[in-house]
Design a protein around this ligand. Sequence first.
Ligand code: FES
Length: 280
Amino acid sequence: MAGTNASGHLHVDEESKAPYDAETLAALRADAEIVIARYPQSRSALLPLLHLVQSVDGYVSGRGIRFCAEMLDLTTADVSGVATFYTQFKRHENGRYTVGVCTNTLCAVMGGDAIWDAVSEHLGIGHDETTADGMITLERVECNAACDYAPVVMANWEFMDNQTPASTIQLVEDLRSGKDVAPTRGAAKVCSFKEVSRVLAGFHDGRADEGVGAGPATLLGLKIAKERGWAAPAGAAAADVPDGAETEATPGSAGAAPAPGDEHSSADRPGGLKGKEAAQ
Ligand code: FES
């Protein structure tokens, strides 16, 4: 049985090391080969393969470590070294939902510390611990680049903006009761940890274009600049490019760039939802 307390080590008890059954192993191998084929060097596939393991086991298990090592011709020490470096790789069984309270500077002063205290006391667990029903793993998280909506709480890396202690307690209770919970921005519904892990392994769930990518607070500066006719100094970007260097188009940059103040929903990008609808 995987532990639920905070741990600095991979949890590699006997159950964690028990082999996959033949059907699970065959499916894992088939998926892993798809992922590995995307990279010129197979070892570059380690991060997505660790997410793939989490999509099956709910954390990086001992057998998952061995599976990655075998698929990538690495040592288990190589794989463990990577798995223990990144906080997104869980060292013991994760809850169905990771709820991360941002307690970095801006969110903290805007109420993140109070949210943390309230939800931690409400659930009776601390950082990197999981509720007894297996539904919620609570984490303190660092800045999520969503400071314009501080204080921010993440539910399986979906944004819950402008939170309060009461709204976050409501969030965890809704998740625990099995309700569909919609984040403030992005996907229409918070998925489970295993479902999200599969997406992070590189298997898209077709939901990347749901919702808006940038809300009003993010666009406010652009809106003001547009109203006042402000623009970046001409040539500033070009001055940073060394003589003779060619700039490379980024994905989605073809065609007219969005004007300042335009919404940057992923649905607006070439190939996005609106583009697909238009093509039908
Ligand atoms: S400090 Fe919390 S999102 Fe930036």
